[in-house]
Design a protein around this ligand. Structure first.
Ligand code: CUA
Length: 312
């Protein structure tokens, strides 16, 4: 059990290795709760053991009643009340306002639509990737399109449900730069376990440069893959800004080549993996809304994948 338990203490997706203000509160709460639970457990087990050994010579009734009152009622009440007060005191951290940047995320089976609303009012869309500036508070507005999902970046903060027809709010303040992993934390269908996202916390200047690039359209291209993308109907579901592809069903692919992962955080980004995903969608992500396009001639899907991979 111990190696299993310790395996959760590190890595890009651990609530116990906090890289954000809100995650620190969660991790603090966890360790205090775990510590207090351990004290209670030792007490209860110790007393049971003691009682079983004393069966032959029972205590006088008054002494036994006092023991039950103190150890069975008073002590747990005090300990649990202290934990409640401690937990409530952490809550304002989770309710404070943001610093101006807003990210609207919509969960869908089995990916994330991500819309950035900048402090100057500009907005742009991306998918399955969240980038944040270190040291400032970003406000997330979370909803879902089809079923309930849950937005969770363990290294940065607690999870929040995404419910169709409702908007939930979450504010995250990362305190360290780095790459992290987010995951869907609510069972949402066959590929729930394959619904992840890549998260990158950047220095403010690098973040601004990314925003400027990401807000723009894709570079014009006479690439064969660009023509095939439209000719084979990919644009009916996907948007690539700067081209005629303006579909709203699937993820926006405008700067797909610049994302570290594809298919909602489950495959490293490379033209080979994009090609594989186009041809074997249902094998890689069962029950996704995109059908497998294995019927395309291999040269065509490879050309489309190469073009998509070049969109930076
Ligand atoms: Cu989306 Cu689980």
């Amino acid at each position: 059990m111990l190696p299993l338990a310790l395996a959760a203490c590190d890595g890009p997706q651990s609530a116990l290795d906090p890289a954000g203000h809100e995650a620190e509160a969660v991790s603090q709460l966890f360790w205090w709760m775990a510590g207090a639970s351990l004290v209670l457990w030792v007490l209860v087990v110790g007393l049971s053991f003691y009682a079983s050994r004393r069966r032959e010579q029972p205590w006088p009734a008054r002494r036994a009643a006092r023991l039950i009152l103190v150890c069975g009622a008073l002590l747990p009440t005090l300990l649990l009340a202290a934990l409640l007060v401690f937990g409530l005191r952490l809550m304002p951290v989770l309710r404070a306002p943001g610093d101006g940047l807003r990210v609207e995320v919509e969960g869908q089976q089995f990916w994330w639509r991500v819309r950035y609303v900048l402090p100057d009012g500009r907005r742009f869309e991306t998918a399955n990737e969240v980038r944040l500036p270190v040291g400032s508070r970003t406000e997330f507005l979370l909803t879902a399109q089809d079923v309930i999902h849950s937005f969770w970046i363990p290294s940065l903060g607690g999870k929040m449900d995404m419910i169709p027809g409702t908007t939930n709010r979450l504010v995250l303040e990362p305190t360290q730069t780095g790459r992290f992993r987010g995951a869907c934390a609510e069972f949402c269908g066959a590929s729930h376990a394959l619904m992840a996202m890549s998260v990158e916390v950047m220095e403010p200047e690098a973040f601004t440069a990314w925003v400027e690039r990401e807000a723009g359209a894709a570079a014009a291209s006479t690439d064969e893959g660009a023509a095939l993308f439209l000719a084979r109907g990919c644009g009916a579901c996907h948007t690539v800004r700067g081209t005629a592809a303006a579909g709203r069903v699937g993820p926006d692919l405008t700067h797909l080549g610049a994302r570290p992962t594809i298919a909602a955080g489950i495959l490293p980004n490379s033209p080979e993996n994009i090609d594989r995903f186009i041809r074997e969608t249902q094998a890689i992500k069962p029950a996704a809304r995109m059908p497998s396009f294995g019927m395309l001639p291999p040269a065509e899907s490879a050309a489309i994948a190469t073009w998509l991979g070049s969109l930076r």
